[in-house]
Design a protein around this ligand. Structure first.
Ligand code: HEC
Ligand code: HEC
Length: 323
């Protein structure tokens, strides 16, 4: 809106070189066709025509402007894509701690090292990292693929800048789940009800206590207590909005879960976490038993179907050889 107040003569240039366009170009360049956010101001007809005419000529100029902003933009994108699954800046703890003012808690070299290789720092027995781990229900921070010290530094710059301008907000309040939602969540989990954007049912890779039948897949972790481990409804919600895992990200980035699905699945996971069991019952025994029973049944069936085999084949053969 600020843009529309500039003098008429400068308007097209102002618009084209405005923050908004530079950001949009950076986004397009960084993210390919997946542009987030969209337009938040309305162009008049004259502006639209001017944009269409001038854009090709202006691309080099825009690229130059954009390249100056790339590091900051990239860091912001990375934060939103990866870190925001477990962290807020000023919005309270999720799976991981609120990162507002983190640079005041720890020195930069440590933070860079931790962001690049959290597992390594934890394994080294670093006492501060152990404290963090205990405070987050023993859920360790997962390493981010391809993270470099340079990128970690840029993300820390972004966190610092945000910490300066954000006012810490009270943590988001999520209304209690209903039994109906938990039931709906169960059918999403089982695949009885398909996920709207076509994601695969959770049961193909996950199991949890109380699942009927042969239980779920074993590729992903047991989800019985994940609701507790992931700091409750807010933590689970942020994580499911943006699942960061080598296996789930590629599957669910394009086929994201809807708000309703996330609420229902969270309700179901909350219910599962209330169960006595820590994990799903081991299914190995029942698999083995089912296999044994099935084999016995098949043998019985064959015995019945070919019950005449002695009389028709074996007996004449034995008799013939005796003669
Ligand atoms: C899967 C969840 C998860 C993701 C994704 C994640 N973190 Fe973390 N992070 C944690 C947890 C849990 C802790 C604290 C426990 C520990 O020691 O691992 C933590 C701790 C931290 C700390 C130390 C906090 C403090 O209070 O000193 C920093 C800094 C940090 N993370 C930055 C990042 C950045 C930057 C990213 C994105 C590149 C990121 N994290 C992605 C879960 C996550
Ligand atoms: C294609 C297999 C696959 C599907 C489908 C899948 N997940 Fe996952 N999920 C995984 C794997 C693998 C992990 C382990 C994350 C890692 O370490 O990278 C995981 C991790 C998780 C976690 C974190 C668990 C933990 O203890 O760290 C949650 C929560 C989760 N999945 C929920 C779901 C839900 C809800 C669905 C259904 C909408 C789902 N997943 C569908 C493979 C899958």
């Amino acid at each position: 809106m600020r843009l529309l107040a500039v003098r008429r003569r400068d308007r097209k240039w102002e618009i084209l070189l405005s923050d908004f366009w530079i950001k949009t170009w950076v986004r397009i360049l960084a993210a390919g066709p997946r542009v987030e956010g969209g337009m938040d101001f309305v162009l008049g007809r004259a502006e639209e025509e001017a944009l269409q005419l001038r854009l090709p000529a202006l691309i080099p100029v825009l690229l130059l402007g954009a390249s100056l902003q790339v590091p900051a933009q990239e860091a912001e994108l990375k934060f939103k894509e990866v870190c925001s699954a477990c962290h807020t800046i000023g919005g309270g703890r999720l799976v991981g701690p609120d990162l507002m003012g983190v640079s005041e808690r720890q020195d930069r070299a440590w933070l860079v090292k931790f962001i690049v290789d959290p597992a390594g720092v934890l394994a080294s027995g670093d006492p501060y990292a152990q404290e963090l781990l205990a405070a987050s229900n023993k859920v360790p921070m997962i390493p981010t693929a391809g993270m470099t010290a340079e990128m970690a530094g840029q993300i820390l710059d972004y966190i610092e800048a945000q910490s300066g301008v954000t006012v810490a907000a009270p943590p988001e309040v999520i209304a209690p789940f209903t039994a109906a939602e938990a039931q709906q969540g169960e059918s999403y989990f089982h695949g009885g009800k398909g996920l709207r954007n076509g994601g695969p049912a959770c049961i193909s890779c996950h199991t949890l206590a109380g699942l009927s039948g042969w239980g779920g897949g074993r590729l992903g972790p047991d989800l019985t207590k994940v609701f507790e481990r992931y700091a409750g409804a807010r933590g689970i919600k942020a994580w499911l909005e943006n699942p960061v895992s080598a296996v789930m990200t590629p599957v669910f980035a394009e086929q994201s879960l809807t708000k309703t699905e996330i609420r229902a699945l969270s309700a179901y996971l909350e219910q599962a976490a209330l169960s006595e069991a820590e994990t799903a019952e081991p299914m190995l025994a029942s698999f083995f038993l089912s296999g044994l029973l099935l084999a016995a049944a098949l043998l019985g069936l064959f015995g019945f179907l070919w019950r005449n085999r002695y009389r028709a084949t074996r007996t004449p053969m034995v008799m013939g050889s005796k003669r």
